[in-house]
Design a protein around this ligand. Sequence first.
Ligand code: 8X3
Length: 738
Amino acid sequence: MALLSPQEQRIADGIPDWQAGISEKVQRRLKSWEQARPVIDIYRALYFTESFRATEGQPLILRWAKAMHHIAEKIDVVIGDDELIAGRGGRAERYGVLYPELDGDFLVTALHELPNRPGAPFTIDELDASVVEQEIAPYWEGKNYHEALARELPEEVLPYTCNPKNVLESRFIVNETSSFRSFTQWVHDYEKVPKYGLAAIREKAQARLAELDEFNPVDTLEKAPFLQAVITDIDAIVLWANRYSQEARRLARLTADEKRRQELLQIAEACAHVPEHPARNFREAVQSQWLIQMFSRLEQKTGTTISNGRMDQYFYPYYKADKEAGILSDEEVLEILESLWLNRAQYADLYISPTGGAFNEGYAHWEAVTVGGQTPQGQDAVNELTYLILQSKRQFPLHYPDLAARIHNRSDERYLYAVAEVIQDGCGFPKLINDEEVVPLLLSKGASFEEAFDYAVSGCSEVRMPNRDTYIAPCAYINFAAALEMTLRNGRMKKYGQEQIGLATGEAADFGSWEDFLAAYLKQQKNFLKQVFLQQYKIIQLHPKHFAWPLGSLLHDLCLEDCRDIHEAKIKGGIDLGFFDFIGFATVVDSLAAIRKLVFEDKKLSMQQVLQALDDDFKGHDIVRQYLRHAPKYGNDDEYADSIARLLDEECLKFTKEYSQALEVQLDLRYVPFTSHVPFGKVISATPNGRYAYTPLSDGSSASQGLPKGMTKRVLRRCCFPTMPPRILASGTGRQGF
Ligand code: 8X3
């Protein structure tokens, strides 16, 4: 009988054991999700578009804020029967929203494709579909970002990015990601909203506006629209919150259930007060944070959904005060937290482009909640709320949203034990983030100790310093297995036939030595990096012309001070940290090691034999495949392969060190444990590590999957950044659908 993990057991049994711990409310909400496909809710897109039609010619940030105000005024406010924390972006129990300004050119095809998308289908109402086709999509034709980027990309870059004859078709070679999320993963400074209230920021903006010198063009043309946008955006959120308050009061009048009536009145009272004013208790602090979170989702398509920051830190003062006052129990806290997990999961991260969909399969998203770690002063930060968040995540049955536990060398045993217990359940959470690796990294980039100690996890494995990070343009996923294939096929890929996409580095059978072969691969690799940097250069220029984020900017100290939208290339005092991903690392390294060993050193196989076996996807070449599979493999304490890995890594770092300056951004090499290796594998034919054609590439920085028995000795998960030694950054991203 197979031995199942607790998580696998839950799935196999169909009767989750969480029912024992979780509240009835949450159980009922989850039940209603069963078999329910998420629905595409068009109203965010419709009202955004209506407003943009009416504000043409005005400064972008002001248009954005006005559009958000229009949305806040018009969008339905819905409070479900068992919801404790109000605020939705769609009407259905599970929904996704559209961002036509980003990738509106996909809208019409997506409407037909999404109901049948394998793994993550979405339903759309027929009438809504016709509104999209007739009212929303036509406005964005020629205006949306994806189309503009396709127009802007140099001719040379296009074939690596998409089919030059049809830009809607990705090539999965050098993938920019900015056209399926307008913003890379991000964390707001959530603390300041429940602490000071948005009214305090609005007052500051009003005072600054009054002081501007109208004769100064910077004041008049840049600062004034920014400050007006701040005020309008805050008014929008407050209006939206007040509408929730009224709705809760209306529902309270209708219910015969006294307990529910009280809950609705609590929601009504909270939404009338926060986020405009400082939170007066734990419940209001959570309500305030959630309204900001949800409104952010309506403003921008943030990659992997906007993260939640250090929740056990910024909610703790309210928790402590309420506990001391005897007005809050831990059971109530757990119920509120579970309700919040559900609110987050209710919004499905909808990608309408097939490329975005392929990189983000399922409905999962990574709006990481961070717990543990250290205070800005470097003391252990764990508190009682940390444990409650861990417990609520443990009881919560979905694989997402995402929890990250910061660990440092003085983390106490009780905390480590509690974290281990959650991991033991097998849901892939929390992921562990090591302060000893991250803090020095952030210091090396120019952060102060206080800022570095106060980092929050963002997205699947990144980190952010909410008031210091300023770089937001989504970066590139690079399929270096394609560079390998181009080395073997003289610049071509089997998937794309005779088209010469990469460099013509010569026929593989003609390479006389390992050095020649390696040099050819490195040329292809360097050429990919060149394409990435050309892409990013254009993206960095184009991005601020298409996107503004009033909310993200008003919550960022540096943007508010400088009166600049967070999308702008340079924010005074900011640290611009970007990245590009090496996808398929072990696949490439193992393939190079096999060729070096078997073809050039031991001469057990000829290059011709290898090429034929690859071309036939190993059919009839089992012995060749077995040789290849047993060649040295990366990530197993085998210096033969690991030295090749180091070389590829160093070559990438050399490149970014030399050319990052031209981008004015510190672009680091990243090996993210993410799902990109699956869609990227689908365009790569058989590889010399014995991998079959079109199957997944290796994952993140891990060793290749499924090595022959006895070959796996030790697996390192490694994340490399310039100037820093290898580090263990994160384990387990839990990327699964519901
Ligand atoms: C997950 C990966 O590319 O969105 O955080 O940063 S990415």
